[in-house]
Design a protein around this ligand. Structure first.
Ligand code: PEP
Ligand code: MG
Length: 893
């Protein structure tokens, strides 16, 4: 028995006269995605390649825009529709709406970018109660014909006529229950005819009009519905989030139906040319026998894996693999396809460059370059920094069933589970005893450092992305969620609540520092996967980038990690970390000393321990530059909390040194410490401090030289605001250096530089530049001071509001505020290059590890970025991508 019609030719027929609003599949190409939508452009491309694509045409996005402007079809569109449908009638030897041999279409939306919320597919368009008889007669299968009509009614009612889905399903459920059927496929012909009747009645009830038997009305209504879906709520929301323009419009693809449900010699499926999960070079997919596309998606029946296709359809399977091979060679990338087999004949319904996991993206990029399919630059381009970021951190097992308690700021990526501890000492003790702990605090300070070292992760209720907790956690590569405001910790640290859930010390909690989620209980965490291809791809990226990538590393261990990740040196060593832990009492002794003489022994002791630290640091980075920043934070960070001391004092609990510490803390107390006595200001007020640091560093360098090492020392002065101040600080440095030279009998070479992290310094960069060998932009402070937003206080509370209401485009502490802070950096870089071209320009704020910001720094002509050791790999890739972006912009100009 003859069955459903199939296109007579697989080769494209020659095109008819050119049309204004419509392109036949034989006319378009893959590069016309803005006119034809992604789906239409690829259907045309496959047709051009001579692949077996059921014939059809695409109504352009321009027609959509014209429709949306006026609310009606543009002049000429309906006439053109009649021309192309007539051509297809002739080609297929069928007639649209004919009772005996009806031509049927599928109608699909297709915008330039695939977009959830756009209209779904309508199948079997053109069928009516009358023509359904013709279809039954032609196929000899009345059940198949009735089922085709049922599908049309169901899809049309829901998609085109907007009948409420619940109403529709309730009506259908009534019939299915009556016949004891799970779904329509289980009904017999009588049941199916009942179901069709119920659908028709429901449509009439819900819309006040019967289902249009006229195929032209069906087609026009379906096209109009696709056009309107462009402005549907979900589509609009999606575009806003993804930054897709509202002005693109969608195309409509009208294609001759082929039936995967025409019998057991038919089927349908989806496939990928390579494994989208692992990247393995092996086609994978699913198919269903005797089914249509939506049956695969609906998951009603279990699909079979692609490799079994050959057991049912050996010829089609071989042909499909050949088609997929050709598509890869043509698109030079992994493609996904939708295919249908109708009576043993293969048809391609869709293709596009396929979505993939980060792991697969990397593997495919490297292997395709090795195969010679793409060049290495393209491979680097294909693997995005955000994909690498995802690969490098542990994450929650997506299969785990989790109870999210709240969301804070994603302060340091990665996931961790552990027992809740509210106190740093306890965290350290439990960690030493082998427990997994989460340090949970309102915020952290340098005094909590040892607890952070032991903890698996850090959770705070206050503080933003550059709060102490966030910066230190990122430095250590530890997951952290900060500013989780729903977390309320009891004043005495005995318990906490999160949205009504009571948390005791020892309870299990999990955090995901990539998403900011805080989850009750222990969540299985998947380890990061750094596949072998990564080294090779990053090696290629290194050859394509201009900027060097340095690391912010305070210790030899951090430096070693950074070096292993490919850092070209240390761009920032924050020396305050050398003053914490068991050294804190030495710093406090310096602060408590009444005069220089009393201060000297404490400084000497500090110098000795620092020298040891520097020897280790310089050894870890031997042969590469190490940028040591002289002390930066305000002194109160090294003193106990004033409030706690006052309470203890009121209770009469303070003894000698503690009382003196209270006096010192009160003496150094500042209303606004971030704008107070810190950085170079502190260095000038307490000159012994900087001299100690310089001496310790240069002695360490001398020791390294004696040991046969190659120390490259850079001394950096923080927070400068002017030339007089910078000159005084440099004089101090040189004086201390001269003392070391005299003592050692040899001169230790070093470079001296300044941080540009106040707006004034950035504006005066041209005047400051002749004084230094290098500049490093401290974009954390520069952001804080340029926007007047406290880096510690505003992020958790203010930033969500500002971002949600569009008052700022992005969190400026995470991604450089290009129009404000970025302008200062650009200007300073420009002036520096004019005034002193040999001065090296870098950045060491958190933005140095952020891919979007790195693109800006590249544009400003900076020589290097410096970031946490954990972000070095990403920065190397991002610096290469920044070079591409610039090259693309040059080409487009
Ligand atoms: C900065 O301000 O950008 C910087 C790197 O220094 P810190 O974060 O230590 O103030
Ligand atoms: Mg700073």
């Amino acid at each position: 028995m003859t069955t459903t019609a199939a296109p007579r030719r697989s080769a494209p027929r020659s095109a008819g006269p050119p049309l204004r609003w419509i392109r036949r599949f034989t006319e378009g190409s893959a590069d016309q995605r803005f006119l034809l939508g992604g789906k239409g452009a690829n259907l045309a491309e496959m047709t051009r390649m001579g692949l077996p694509v059921p014939p059809g045409f695409t109504i352009t996005t321009e027609a959509c825009l014209a429709y949306l402007k006026t609310g009606g079809f543009p002049d000429g569109l309906l006439d053109e529709l009649r021309v192309v449908v007539a051509e297809l009638e002739e080609e297929m030897e069928l007639a649209f709406g004919a009772v005996g041999a009806p031509l049927l279409f599928s109608v699909r939306s297709g915008a330039a970018f695939s977009m959830p919320g756009m209209m779904d597919t309508v199948l079997n368009l053109g069928l009516s109660r009358d023509s359904l008889k013709g279809l039954a007669a032609r196929t000899g299968d009345p059940w198949f014909a009735a089922d085709a009509y049922r599908r049309l009614l169901e899809l049309y009612a829901h998609i085109v006529l907007d009948v409420d889905e619940d109403v529709l399903h309730r009506a259908m459920r009534g019939v299915l229950d009556l016949y004891g059927a799970k779904d329509a496929s289980a009904l017999d012909l009588i049941g199916l005819q009942d179901l069709v009747g119920v659908l028709e009645v429901t449509i009439a009830d819900q819309t006040g009009a019967s289902f249009p038997a006229d195929p032209w009305i069906q087609l026009e209504q379906a096209i109009a519905a696709v056009f309107r879906s462009w402005n549907g709520r979900r589509a609009r929301d999606y575009r806003r989030v993804e930054g897709i323009s509202d002005d693109l419009g969608t195309a409509v693809n009208v294609q001759v139906m082929v039936f995967g449900n025409a019998g057991i010699d038919s089927g349908t499926g989806v496939a990928f040319t390579r494994d989208p999960a692992t990247g393995e070079r092996q086609a994978v997919g699913d198919f269903l026998l005797n089914a249509q596309g939506e049956d695969v998606v609906a998951g009603v029946r279990n699909t079979e894996p692609l490799h079994q296709l050959a057991t049912h359809f050996p010829d089609c399977a071989a042909q499909l693999h050949e088609v997929m091979e050709r598509l890869e060679q043509h698109y030079l990338d992994m493609c996904d396809v939708e295919f249908t087999i109708q009576h043993g004949r293969l048809f391609m319904l869709q293709t596009r460059v396929g979505k993939r996991t980060a792991l697969a993206s990397l593997r495919m990029a490297v292997e395709m370059a090795d195969e010679g399919l793409i060049d290495r630059a393209t491979a680097v381009r294909r693997f995005r920094p955000d994909e690498l970021e995802r690969l490098l951190h542990p994450r929650f097992d997506p299969a785990a069933d989790v109870q999210v308690l709240t969301k804070g700021l994603p302060a340091s990526p990665g996931a961790a589970s552990g027992r809740v501890v509210f106190d740093a000492d306890r965290a350290e003790a439990l960690a030493n005893a082998g427990e997994d702990v989460l340090l949970v605090r309102t915020n952290t300070s340098p005094a909590d450092f040892h607890g952070m070292v032991g903890a698996k992760g850090i959770l705070t209720s206050r503080g933003g992305l550059v709060s102490h907790a966030a910066v230190v956690a990122r430095g250590m590569g530890k997951p952290a969620v900060c500013g989780a405001e729903d977390l309320v910790i009891d004043w005495h640290g005995r318990y906490a609540t999160i949205n009504g859930v009571h948390i005791e010390p020892g309870d299990l909690l999990s955090i995901d520092g990539t998403t900011g989620e805080v989850v009750l209980g222990r969540v299985p965490v998947l380890p990061p996967a750094a596949p072998p291809e990564l080294d090779r791809l990053l090696g290629w990226a290194d050859e394509l980038r201009r900027m060097a990538v340095f690391a912010n590393a305070d210790t030899a261990a951090d430096a070693a990690t950074a070096r292993a990740a490919g850092a070209a040196g240390v761009g920032l060593c924050r020396t305050e970390h050398q003053f914490l832990g068991d050294r804190l009492h030495l710093v406090q002794a310096v602060i408590l000393a009444d005069d220089e003489a009393a201060r000297r022994p404490a400084l000497a002791a500090l110098e000795e321990v620092q020298e040891r630290d520097f020897v280790e640091l310089l050894a870890a980075m031997d042969g590469l530059p190490v940028t040591v920043r002289l002390l930066d934070p305000p002194l109160h960070e090294f003193l106990p909390n004033v409030e706690e001391l006052l309470v203890a004092d009121a209770r009469g609990e303070l003894r000698g040194t503690e009382r003196r510490l209270l006096e010192a803390a009160l003496d150094w107390r500042e209303v606004d410490p971030m704008l107070g006595i810190r950085g170079v200001r502190l260095g000038l007020l307490l000159p012994g401090l900087y001299a100690t640091q310089v001496r310790a560093l240069l002695r360490a360098a001398a020791a390294r030289r004696r040991a046969g090492g190659d120390p490259r020392v850079r001394i950096m002065i923080p927070l400068v605001i002017g030339t007089g101040e910078l000159s005084a600080a440099i004089a101090l440095v040189r004086e201390a250096a001269a003392a070391v030279t005299a003592e050692m009998g040899e001169e230790i070479p070093f470079e001296v530089g300044a941080m540009l992290e106040t707006p004034r310094a950035a504006l005066l960069a041209g005047e400051l530049a002749p004084l230094v060998d290098f500049f490093s932009f401290g974009t954390n402070d520069l952001t804080q001071m340029t926007l007047g937003l406290s880096r510690d206080d505003v992020e958790a509370r203010l930033m969500p509001y500002y971002l949600e209401h569009g008052l700022l485009a992005a969190d400026p502490f995470r991604t450089l505020d290009a129009s404000g802070v970025g302008e200062l950096v650009r200007l300073a870089a420009e002036q520096t290059k004019q005034a002193a071209p040999s001065v090296e320009l870098g950045v060491c704020g958190e933005h140095g590890g952020d891919p979007d910001s790195i693109a800006h720094f590249h544009r400003y002509g900076l020589d290097e970025v410096s970031c946490s050791p954990g972000r070095v790999l990403v920065a190397r890739l991002a610096a290469a991508h920044a070079a591409f972006t610039e090259a693309d912009a040059d080409r487009d100009r």
